[in-house]
Write a protein that binds this ligand. Structure first.
Ligand code: FMN
Length: 328
């Protein structure tokens, strides 16, 4: 698959998740699958351009960080002002993004009230202006992530997709829900096919893929070139490699051992503390530890304890307990 000048050997995209796909998460995903397409958390074009004028604050620089040599990580931007989005895209290129993804799918009230995210699906002219300006501003491939439409009465993703393709967008991610659905109900993989059939650029089908079998099925049902898997990679950063292998060969790679999962949970925690400091690092690590250890015998009983971890030592002690429990 090609996304402009990017050549992909795999089928999987781990799309933006605010509060999740930070540098640490992406580093681990990359280690476990060199072929996976990755993106930062969504970044506000407005605050990014403001921060850039003021010589960047620490937080922005960190959130945009892409490891040197990484050829398959993009930066996702949100906003509704074409010139500001264009300026943000220039900055993103400067700091090493390999593609620019425009967010037209975020359903959060605060975002759509500001005419950002999924609200742009109701403003096709403005959406097209944003896309044009961003494409003019950067030499990188530009992609768009959106939903099926605003609500079930306005499924306009195939029309938007056609217009974006004509403007020069190089790939799309379609979450098979409407904005009105937010995260309720089930993603409709069949409706993604209407988008795929209306254009010839690659589409990543997205929504509710939990395992390798779902990944194969969403591609079959939608006819998409690839699959975007978000939530199911939490605590399973190796999933993309398993999916790629399964789609390519039909073989099922084994699950990592309990010990490897535990080691990964500890490493993720250490990296978060190093990257974000003790307080934030540990706070954020709790959810990841719970995800990594989900399903390991004894983990359920330790869940409350995991959510109260306050130091690296406590984290290691709690997680190691699990190793002992599971070995007995
Ligand atoms: C915690 C969380 C944060 C998210 N943040 C973003 C974001 O910043 N930008 C975006 O386009 N989508 C975001 N999403 C949506 C996901 O990228 C994805 O479209 C959605 O979760 C459906 O895919 P899934 O069923 O594989 O999780 C987020 C989802 C979650 C759960």
């Amino acid at each position: 698959m090609r996304i402009g000048n990017l050549k992909l050997n795999g089928y999987v995209y781990i799309p933006p998740m605010a509060g999740v796909t930070d540098l640490v998460y992406r580093t681990l995903c990359r280690e476990l699958d060199p072929d996976v397409l990755l993106a930062t958390e969504m970044l506000s074009s407005k605050s990014l351009t403001f921060a850039h004028k003021n010589k960047f604050n620490h937080d922005h620089a960190k959130r945009m960080q892409i490891p040197e040599g990484d050829a398959l990580t993009g930066i996702q931007l949100f906003g509704h002002e074409p010139d500001v989005m264009a300026e943000a895209a220039r900055i993103a290129e400067e700091v090493g993004a390999k593609f620019i993804d425009i967010n037209m799918g975020c359903p959060v009230p605060k975002i759509v009230k500001g005419m950002d995210g999924a609200a742009l699906m109701r403003e096709p002219e403005l959406a097209a202006q944003i896309v044009s300006k961003v494409i003019q501003a950067t030499s990188l491939p530009v992609t768009v992530k959106m939903r099926l439409g605003w609500c079930s009465e306005s499924i306009n993703s195939p029309d938007l997709a056609k217009s974006f393709e004509q403007l020069g967008v190089q790939a799309l991610t379609i979450h098979g829900r409407t904005r009105a659905q937010k995260y309720t109900g089930e993603a409709d993989w069949q409706l993604i096919r209407n988008v795929v059939e209306s254009i010839s650029i690659p589409v990543f089908a997205n929504g509710d893929v939990k395992d390798i079998f779902d990944a194969k099925e969403i591609i079959e049902i939608s006819g998409a070139s690839g699959v975007a898997i978000a939530r199911a990679t939490m605590g399973k950063p190796w999933l993309s490699k398993q999916v790629n292998h399964y789609i390519k060969t039909g073989e099922i790679l084994p699950e990592p051992s309990i010990l490897s999962k535990i080691q990964l949970a500890i490493r993720h925690t250490e990296m978060l503390v190093e990257h974000k400091g003790l307080k934030t690092g540990i706070q954020e690590a709790r959810r990841h530890i719970a995800n990594y250890t989900h399903g390991i015998p004894g983990a359920g009983k330790l869940r409350a304890k995991i959510m109260e971890i306050n130091s690296l030592e406590e984290a290691k002690e709690t997680i190691s307990k699990l190793a002992n429990l599971s070995l007995t």
